[in-house]
Design a protein around this ligand. Structure first.
Ligand SMILES: [Zn+2]
Length: 361
C-alpha cells in the first residue's frame, strides 16, 4: 500500500524536476533516468513530525538545563527556517506545546540511534507515511500499533504541523532528493559495487530505504539496522550540496561494513589489545570519502563554488571538512593512509591492511 504513492511521487519528481534540470545540460528525455538505483528515498509526514517534535523537545530540555545553571534560556516556539513565520492560533500553540512537552518527558533524553523504542517508533511512522491517522479509527489498516497516548499526541499535533511547518519541510526534503538524484542515477550502482567489494561483502539486494526529514539526530543523519534504514536531515548544513552523495553512501555503509568491524575485533583479540574506539567508524568515513572524491571532483553536477569543493575541481571528504580526524582521530587517519589506502589501491590484502592498522595503534 505504500508503493503506489511512492511510485507516483517519483514519477512526479522526475517529470517535474529532472526533465527541466537535465534538459538544460543535454537533450535527453526524462525517462532516461528511470527510478533511482540502490536507494529508495522518502519524504514522509509522520517521520518528519516525529523528528521535529524530538528536535523541539531537545531544545526545550536544553533551555531548561541552561536556565537552571543560570545561563540564557529561550523557550522554543515552533520555528525552523529563518524565513518561516508560523502564526499559530492560541489553540494550535497549546496543542503543539503539549506535544513537545510529551516528547520532552518521554523521548528527549533518549538517543534515536541506540534506543530500541525510538528506532521502532521511527520505523513504524515510516511504514504508515501514507496514512492520515495512526490509530486506525477511520481506516483499520492505519492502526500503527502505537501506545494510545502517543498516537493521540501525534494525531493532535498533525494538523498544526501540516498547516505550518510540513510544507517547508517537505519542500526541503524533495529539494535534497532532487539535487542528489542525478548523481545517484549516474554513479550509484558503481559506488555501491565498489564499497561492497572493499568491505568484502554484498550490497543489499533490496534498495536501501532513506527517509529525508527536516531534522534527524545530533549528527544530522543516522542509520538503524534490521531493517536497514537511513534517516538524513534535509535542513542540516553538513548534508548539503554534492556532499549529500557522500552522506548517503556513508550512512549506507553502516549497514554493510560489518566484515570490517569483525576483522578489527578478531585482530584485537589475537593480539590481546583493546578494540580501538570508533576505528571502524573512521574507516568507513575514510573509505566513502576516498571512493566519492574522484567522482565528485570530475562531476559536472558538483558546483565548484560549494564548501565541499576546492579550487581546481577537487573534493574535500566529510571527515576532513567537519574536522573529525582533527578532533581525536589523528592516529586513525595516519594508519588509514599508511595501511588501508594501499588496500584501496589494490596493493595490499584486506586482512593484511586490518592487521597492520591494529598492530600500529
Ligand atoms: Zn557514521
Amino acid at each position: 500500500m505504500r508503493r503506489p504513492a511512492h511510485i507516483r511521487f517519483f514519477l512526479l519528481l522526475f517529470l517535474a524536476s529532472f526533465a527541466c534540470l537535465r534538459a538544460a545540460a543535454a537533450p535527453q528525455s526524462a525517462s532516461t533516468y528511470g527510478p533511482l538505483p540502490v536507494f529508495e528515498l522518502h519524504s514522509g509526514f509522520w517521520i518528519n513530525l516525529h523528528h521535529t517534535l524530538y528536535h523541539e523537545a531537545r531544545q526545550l530540555t536544553a533551555a531548561a538545563t541552561a536556565s537552571e545553571k543560570g545561563g540564557k534560556s529561550s523557550a522554543p516556539v515552533m520555528k525552523t527556517s529563518p524565513d518561516a513565520k508560523p502564526t499559530l492560533t492560541s489553540a494550535e500553540q497549546k496543542i503543539w506545546d503539549e506535544a513537545v512537552a510529551y516528547y520532552a518527558a518521554n523521548f528527549a533524553s533518549k538517543d534515536p540511534l541506540f534506543t530500541t523504542e525510538l528506532i521502532q517508533l521511527k520505523n513504524q511512522l515510516g511504514d504508515f507515511e501514507d496514512c492520515d491517522e495512526l490509530s486506525g479509527r477511520n481506516r483499520r489498516f492505519c492502526d500503527a500499533g502505537l501506545q494510545p497516548k502517543l498516537a493521540q499526541v501525534l494525531e493532535a499535533a498533525a494538523p498544526v504541523y501540516r498547516a505550518h511547518l510540513w510544507p517547508d519541510h517537505d519542500r526541503a526534503n524533495r529539494r535534497w532528493i532532487q539535487r542528489v538524484s542525478p548523481l545517484v542515477i549516474e554513479q550509484g550502482v558503481g559506488i555501491s559495487e565498489r564499497l561492497a567489494d572493499i568491505y568484502d561483502t554484498h550490497w543489499p539486494r533490496q534498495k536501501i530505504r532513506v527517509d529525508l526529514s527536516a531534522y534527524a539526530n545530533s549528527s544530522g543523519a543516522y542509520t538503524t539496522v534490521d531493517p536497514l534504514r537511513v534517516t538524513i536531515a534535509s535542513l542540516d548544513p553538513r548534508n548539503q550540496g554534492p556532499e549529500a552523495l557522500e552522506v548517503l553512501f556513508h550512512e549506507a555503509s553502516h549497514g554493510i561494513a560489518e566484515p570490517v568491524q569483525e576483522a578489527i575485533i578478531r585482530e584485537c583479540r589475537q593480539r590481546d589489545k583493546a578494540i580501538p574506539r570508533d576505528l571502524w567508524h573512521a574507516l568507513i568515513f575514510y573509505t566513502t570519502g576516498e571512493v566519492i572524491r574522484p567522482i565528485l571532483a570530475s562531476s559536472d553536477v558538483a558546483p565548484a563554488s560549494h564548501s565541499g569543493s576546492v579550487p581546481g575541481g577537487g573534493y574535500t571528504p566529510y571527515a576532513v571538512r567537519e574536522g573529525l580526524y582533527a578532533r581525536g582521530w589523528k592516529d586513525y587517519l595516519d594508519v588509514l593512509q599508511r595501511f588501508w589506502q594501499p588496500y584501496l589501491d589494490g596493493r595490499a590484502t584486506f586482512s593484511d591492511a586490518i592487521a597492520r592498522m591494529v598492530s600500529s595503534l
